[in-house]
Design a protein around this ligand. Sequence first.
Ligand code: ZN
Length: 498
Amino acid sequence: MGHASTRSVALVGLHPQLVDIEADAVPGDAELYLVGLPETSVWPARARIRAAILNSGTPWPDTRITVSVSPMIPPVYDAAADLALAVALLAAAGVIPPERIAGRMFLGELALDGGIRPIRGVLPMVAAAVRAGISRVVVPAECAREAAQVPGAVVMPVTRLADVADQLRHGIFRDHHDREPESAPSSSFAVDLADVPGNQAARRALEVCAAGGHHLFLSGDGPATMLAERLPGILPPLTDEAARQVAEIYSLAGRPDRAPRITPPLSAPHHSETPAVIFGSVAANRPGAVSLAHHGVLHLADAPEFTRPVLDGLCRPMDSGQVHLEGQGRSIRYPARFTLVLDARPCPCPEGREECACTPEARRRYRARLALLLPRVAVRAPIEQSNRGTRAGEPSAAVAARVLAARVRAAHRLADTPWRTNAEVPAPDLRTRFPVAPEAAELLRSAVNTGLVTADGLARLLRVAWTLADLRGADRPQFDDAVGALELWKGADGDGTR
Ligand SMILES: [Zn+2]
């Protein structure tokens, strides 16, 4: 009777897996067998395909059809292969000439009424197709703009299965050459540090964190969100490779960028979000807030209000730069290397309450919720409500220039290493390859001896000292840089509870 084959892509985490789809029609009962789909997906997929074909005005083929997928589609988010399965079936049944589907990639989920639904992750999927030599990709219309961002892709947007079948049958399938005009890259946030009143210590801390990649804790009642929102704007622009990774993560999260991204991302989840929203979901193959902060900033406003599983769960991505999810017998990883900005008010009182009756013990318990996180945060600063807004603060552009100069110094020094920022340098290398001036080392050692910092904390102080030296344009940290690192470690309010 008939045979047809085509291609599709499935994603495991962000890793694309190309799949071959083969369909065979043989005489027999009008029946559809799906092979190579996860067991739990077979029935829903068959139901969608059947309904979509019938609702497209195509009679159900009067043959026994087997559609097989190889390698087997991983059991995450497989509905993206619906369209490829349906066109293979129609081609094997003789509705579509088989030669017209070979050499194309079909991506899209079928609705029961025959419509083609948008899917998440089109960007990494289309990129994988083009890398595999398949430039002609058929995608849901809503995803066309996203797919067209992949260099070399010839995108065919579709909205209904009936149209796809018609166009393939009549050979009038139009490739989408009339690309939408390129939007200007989104180069900067609309917010500027000049808008932040007062808060000199916090502004300085923000600059140090941007220059060295250090995490930041803002303590008190003040414009923490304003400051955090302005951190991406003073970070160096994303490299092409980093921008590509970030774009793929946002694509898989279902929040594709409308234009190429230059400024690092800001991810600021609310404290009521579930761990699945924060860390991602293995069942849905959906990255979470920590991965949406990759190469950028993760801001936890009112950090003690987050749940303990979230606060404690952040330690692993902070240490490893990725999030590892397991569940339902599978495991995936998403990248998650971010600069963390945490803030906490002094006590659990709701914002705006006039009188605070919190006991010192209640305040201590509130802060203790951050007990696992704070030792990983090298820089802390007080924030305060400030009305000294008459004098505009220094604009972001001026701060960004100093940050970039410091980053260039660090990158030059770290050129032969896998690390790009001071925050990434492992402790043993700080001792052996990047020693600080003897007086600086002595001061920091005495901080360990007096119990102010742990050995782990010492490494964080050394990293910040290097950043202060880079910001000064100095060759290595001197005594004053060690003093500065200690002050940033304690926070200017001396609230050194770690
Ligand atoms: Zn209170």
